[in-house]
Design a protein around this ligand. Structure first.
Ligand SMILES: [Fe+2]
Length: 265
């Protein structure tokens, strides 16, 4: 893309959704994918980064994703701009693949890579993987931490990863309780603690897991004001799509000092 880098997008920007037909658990056919695209346009979204799964169940093929994107873009014209990336499950094989060929897996070929944590994980091994990404100039974008039980039960683990240089993406429908009460509460906690950098739909279909951002935008606007709502739904995701530094990136919370270091200090 890159040609639109200096412009402001006409609508919201979604950096996580499963829109391409027949390659993961998103729409099964081109017809369903196009129906989903109409919902996206109707919701006021102008740009999306499509992120098919790269996990044990679905193999991500960048060339196939690009070809499908091109087919859809030809039908959509300039009503909606599609960029490509993937949602990378943090498996050992995937981490090695990214280290060998980072731009094949990152969002629109830039520095941001959308990472999905296993449901349960060992914090140090994940930290090593994230550090490896940061060392080669990538910025891990943590997908839906509010839905992960480890982060829900141990929020300081997420704080540790944010201090490493990761950023966090919360699913829009988590704010309305689509993924349960705890995920909803944790989304609001993260919002209050300024730990959210991006809101994304993680849409999988036109209606069941819908690709909308407007409802979350309205909820954030009501709770925190129009500026933050615009930043999380447009400005920061646009910077990600354009491979630029985020305009809004609050300092991660400081690590609490241990009793020993407080006694020493
Ligand atoms: Fe997803």
């Amino acid at each position: 893309m890159a040609t639109e880098e200096n412009s402001t997008p006409a609508g919201w920007v979604d950096t996580h959704l499963h829109l391409l037909p027949g390659i993961d658990d998103g729409p099964a056919t081109m017809e369903l994918a196009m129906a989903m695209a109409e919902v996206i346009i109707g919701d006021g979204i102008s740009h999306v980064v499509v992120t098919p799964h790269s996990n044990y169940q679905f193999t991500f093929d960048p060339a196939q994703a690009t070809a499908l994107r091109d087919q859809m873009q030809a039908q959509l014209g300039n009503r909606l701009t599609l960029l490509t990336g993937c949602e990378l499950h943090l498996s050992f094989e995937n981490v090695q693949a990214v280290l060998a060929n980072p731009r094949l897996y990152s969002l629109n070929g830039g520095r941001y890579v959308l990472v999905e944590f296993p449901e349960f994980f060992e914090r140090n091994s994940m930290q090593k993987a994230l550090e490896g990404f940061c060392e080669i100039g990538l910025v891990p974008l943590i997908a839906h931490p509010e839905r992960n039980q480890v982060f829900q039960q141990h929020p300081p683990v997420l704080d540790d990863y944010l201090r490493l240089g990761c950023i966090a993406q919360v699913t829009a429908s988590s704010f309305s309780g689509r993924f349960g009460k705890r995920a909803q509460e944790f989304s609001n906690e993260l919002l209050n603690r300024e730990c959210i950098h991006v809101v994304a739909s993680d849409g999988h279909s036109a209606e069941q897991r819908s690709p909308r951002l407007s409802k979350a935008h309205a909820a954030i606007e009501a709770a925190k004001g129009a500026e933050l709502a615009r930043i999380l739904c447009r400005d920061n995701p646009w910077a990600i799509a354009c491979d630029r530094k985020l305009p809004y990136a609050p300092e991660p919370v400081a690590k609490k000092k241990s009793l020993w270091s407080r006694l020493k200090g």
